[in-house]
Design a protein around this ligand. Structure first.
Ligand SMILES: Cc1cc2nc3c(=O)[nH]c(=O)nc-3n(C[C@H](O)[C@H](O)[C@H](O)COP(=O)(O)OP(=O)(O)OC[C@H]3O[C@@H](n4cnc5c(N)ncnc54)[C@H](O)[C@@H]3O)c2cc1C
Ligand code: SF4
Length: 331
C-alpha cells in the first residue's frame, strides 16, 4: 500500500475544501471498497478524507411524497428502514441480495454508487487494463470474460458495474444529490454511471471535487408489484451474473407503468424505455414479458465465455416480471 495522509472532515464545508485542495484525494466512507483497492495498489490516493462525521445519515420523507436517503446511511440501515420496507420494498430486496450482513453494516449508499468493477484484470496490477491504466489494453476481451458485459461495451472495456442497490435505484427513477465547488446539483440515476466508450477509467459523471450527499426517491415505489431477481454462482456473498429489478402497476390484469432494470450486463445498470413501453396496456402474461425481454437484449453481444448470459438475462427478465406480477417476491 502507498503512503497517504488522512484527515477526518467535521462538516461538509471542510470536506469539500479538502477534496478541492488535494488533487488525487479520495473521500472514505465505509471503506469496504476503497481500502481493498488500496491494498491491491489499484487506487493510490495521496490523501484520504474521512466523511463519516458528516450529518448525512438521515432517511426523511419529502413534502412531495418522496424519500431522501442520506449518502452515509448504511446499506443495512436503508434496507431495514420502515419507510423503505413499506414504500420501496424493491430497494430493500436489492440491497439485501448484496454482499454480507457485516459488509452491509459498513457499506454506505454513496460508496455503493461509487464502487468499482470487480473485473479480475482490473484488480491484477500485473495485467494490462484500460480502466486502471488508460491506453494499455483490455485483458478481458481476449481473456476469461465469463462475468463481463453483453450490452453497451466498447473496444476499450467490457467490465460490468457490480452493484445491486443501483439497479433498484435506476428502476425507481432515483435522483442523486451532490455538492461541489459550484454548489448543489442533481443527477438522475440513468445519467450517473457511464458506458465505457473511449474513457473506461471514468465510471461516473460525478466531478472529482463533488460529494454525494443523498439519494431522492420519487413518491411512487411500486410496493405492490415488484421483484429483484439475482442470478449468481453461489446463493449468497457473490456478485450477480445477471440481476433484474422489475416493477409494475397492474389494474385488473392490465399493465400501466412498467420498470425493468438489469445488473451484471453492462458498465452501468441497464434500462430500456422501449421494452417498458411495450408492456404498457398489455396483459401481465408470460408472452408479453418474453417480448419485452427480447427488446431489452436485442443489442446484446457476447464474448467467448459469457455468451450464455444473453439467454440467461432473457429468462431472468421474464421470471422477475412474472414474480412482480404475482408478488411472488423473494430473490
Ligand atoms: C466481499 C464483498 C462482496 C460484495 N458484494 C456485493 C454485492 O453482492 N452487491 C453489491 O452491490 N455490492 C457488493 N459489495 C460492494 C459493497 O456494497 C461496496 O464495497 C460498498 O457499498 C462501498 O461503500 P463504502 O461506504 O464502504 O465505500 P468506500 O469504500 O468508503 O468508498 C468507495 C468509493 O466511493 C467514494 N465515496 C464514498 N462515499 C462517497 C460520497 N458520499 N461522495 C462521493 N464519493 C464517495 C470513495 O471515495 C471511494 O472511491 C461487496 C463488497 C465486498 C468487499
Ligand atoms: S474489462 Fe475493463 S476493467 Fe476489465 S480488463 Fe478490460 S478494461 Fe480493464
Amino acid at each position: 500500500m502507498n503512503r497517504f495522509s488522512y484527515i477526518r472532515a467535521e462538516d461538509m464545508t471542510s470536506a469539500l475544501r479538502e477534496i478541492a485542495s488535494a488533487p488525487g484525494a479520495r473521500f472514505i466512507a465505509g471503506g469496504t471498497n476503497l481500502i481493498d483497492l488500496m491494498k491491491e495498489n489499484v487506487e493510490k490516493p495521496g490523501r484520504l478524507i474521512d466523511i463519516t462525521r458528516l450529518a448525512l445519515r438521515r432517511i426523511q420523507s419529502l413534502a412531495d411524497g418522496g424519500l431522501r436517503i442520506g449518502a452515509l446511511a448504511t446499506n443495512s440501515g436503508v434496507a431495514y428502514d420502515q419507510e423503505v420496507e413499506r414504500r420501496y420494498p424493491l430497494l430493500a430486496q436489492a440491497i439485501l441480495a448484496g454482499a454480507s450482513a457485516q459488509l452491509r453494516n459498513m457499506a454506505t449508499v454513496g460508496g455503493n454508487l461509487m464502487q468499482r468493477t470487480r473485473c479480475s484484470y482490473f484488480y491484477d496490477t500485473a495485467t494490462p487494463c484500460n480502466k486502471r491504466e488508460p491506453g494499455t489494453r483490455c485483458s478481458a476481451r481476449e481473456g476469461f470474460n465469463r462475468g463481463h458485459a453483453i450490452l453497451g461495451t466498447s473496444a476499450q472495456c467490457i467490465a460490468v458495474h457490480p452493484s445491486d442497490m443501483c439497479v433498484a435505484l435506476l428502476a425507481l427513477d432515483a435522483v442523486v444529490r451532490v455538492s461541489g465547488p459550484d454548489g448543489e446539483r442533481t443527477i438522475p440515476m440513468a445519467e450517473f454511471h457511464r458506458l465505457p466508450g473511449d474513457t473506461p477509467h471514468t465510471d461516473t459523471n460525478l466531478g472529482a471535487a463533488e460529494l454525494i450527499t443523498a439519494i431522492d426517491l420519487p413518491a411512487e415505489g411500486f410496493p405492490r408489484h415488484f421483484a429483484y431477481l439475482k442470478v449468481r454462482d453461489r446463493a449468497s456473498y457473490a456478485f450477480a451474473l445477471v440481476s433484474v429489478a422489475a416493477a409494475l402497476d397492474i389494474e385488473q390484469g392490465t399493465i400501466g407503468r412498467a420498470r425493468i432494470a438489469l445488473g451484471g450486463v453492462a458498465h452501468k445498470p441497464w434500462r430500456d424505455p422501449q421494452a417498458e413501453a411495450l408492456l404498457q396496456g398489455r396483459s401481465a402474461t408470460a408472452e408479453s414479458f418474453a417480448q419485452a425481454a427480447e427488446v431489452v437484449l436485442r443489442g446484446a453481444q457476447g464474448f467467448e465465455h459469457n455468451r450464455f448470459k444473453i439467454e440467461l438475462a432473457k429468462h431472468a427478465v421474464v421470471r422477475a416480471l412474472s414474480r412482480a406480477a404475482t408478488r411472488e417476491g423473494a430473490a
